[in-house]
Write a protein that binds this ligand. Structure first.
Ligand code: ATP
Length: 362
């Protein structure tokens, strides 16, 4: 439904050259919820704006559905209003001088050929019903709460019945609680309407909870693209591992396991760590491994198959306790249940399951 091929955007000014997007290629299936995730300045908004036709790519090709909307080689650029898209941005861009009804009706009034008033009333009514704002039609838009304004922006994006909807940090103006509630609501609505979504955010929780597929961007490039579970469990780089949640890292050399069945252990500063052996990690290779704190299990000292550690620090987080443990020649952070009795100086056993060890490629 969305195809972006080798997109490049270079900004040149007297202050220098910025390569904001450096060869991004994306393919989003019909009905898919696809998220571009990355830190500020990595090029995600620029990518989205190119798709919307609000920014002119330096090179590349973009299609929406079966229509090529941009092709630098052919000098082709379909203007924004002729692209089959709806958009929701961070500053919802609702019009404060208009009522709720008129805000949603606005995109329809702009459409050519003209849509008659009865149609407009019916389509606006349907869009407001979907975002649960029926009954608010005559209210001035600024008299809505933050969450309602966000839903109004959404109604305006869907009223055109576009097949593709673009989101740029649409929840960032909401307070934390409302943001958490709205995430799933928004995802469910997009799914119910069968729309294809491209969603830009720097918030990893948002990306993990909402997306079918996540692309992590850094410095104008996609560095990993996978399902939320895959990207969380098997990050391919230190950057992705630490951008998406917390992670422990150690470096070491891959060794063969005892029966010679292939690679399976790594000598690290924590001591020997076993990993579930992916076939492309050869014996003798220097690698970095990543282990999530919730996958570090603390057991009683001297337990079988546990390495000896000592608790250095505990931090109470409410639903869990973060525990820094001395292990081998280094430290490792474990996240444990608050009921687990642990105190600084305790001797404990540390277990990391081979399946929970990610081998990083960079
Ligand atoms: P944010 O979340 O902060 O919006 P982003 O990942 O969306 O970040 P972009 O807004 O796409 O990043 O910007 C990518 C890079 O391009 C940044 O270094 C930014 O400063 C630069 N940039 C964006 N627009 C322009 C412009 N019009 N002229 C010059 N540089 C620009």
């Amino acid at each position: 439904m969305i195809s972006i091929e080798d997109l490049r955007v270079r900004y040149e000014s007297d202050r220098g050259v910025v390569d904001a997007v450096r060869g991004v290629s994306i393919s989003v299936d019909a009905g898919e919820f696809y998220t571009l995730l990355g830190p500020s300045g990595c090029g995600k908004t620029t990518t989205l704006r190119c798709l919307a036709g609000l920014e002119r790519p330096t090179s590349g090709r973009i299609s929406i559905g079966n229509t090529v909307v941009h092709d630098s080689d052919r000098g082709l650029a379909v203007p924004t209003h002729k692209r089959d898209i709806g958009m929701v941005f961070q500053s919802y861009a609702i019009w404060p001088h208009l009522t709720v009804f008129e805000n949603v009706a606005f995109p329809l009034r702009e459409m050519r050929p003209r849509i008659d008033e009865a149609q407009i009333v019916s389509r606006v009514g349907k869009a407001l019903e979907l975002v649960q704002l029926s009954g608010y039609e005559s209210r001035p838009a600024p008299f809505l709460s933050g969450g309602q304004q966000q839903r109004l922006a959404l109604a305006r994006a869907i009223v055109r019945e576009a097949t593709v909807v673009l989101f740029d940090e649409p929840l960032s103006n909401l307070d934390a609680k409302l943001r958490a509630e709205t995430r799933l609501e928004l995802r469910n609505l997009v799914k119910r309407l069968g729309m294809t979504a491209l969603y830009v955010t720097h918030d990893q929780t948002e990306a993990l909870t909402m997306a079918d597929r996540v692309a992590v961007m850094r410095d104008g490039e996609i560095v990993q693209e996978a399902s939320p579970v895959e990207i969380y469990k098997h990050p391919n780089s230190r950057f992705v591992a630490s951008f998406i949640g917390q992670c422990n890292f150690a470096s070491g050399k891959v060794g063969a396991i005892a029966n010679g069945a292939g690679p399976g252990r790594i000598e690290t500063e924590w001591g020997q760590i076993r990993f579930a052996s992916p076939s492309d990690v050869p014996v003798g290779k220097d690698v970095t491994i990543a282990v999530r704190p919730e996958n570090v299990t603390l057991v009683s000292h001297g337990s079988e198959d546990a390495a000896a550690g000592e608790v250095l620090e505990t931090v109470f987080l409410g639903d869990s306790v973060e525990c820094r443990v001395r292990l081998g020649n280094s430290d490792i952070v474990a996240r444990v249940h608050p009921n687990q009795p642990l105190g600084v100086g305790d001797k404990i056993g540390v277990v990391v399951r081979p399946d929970d060890v990610a081998i990083l490629k960079a």
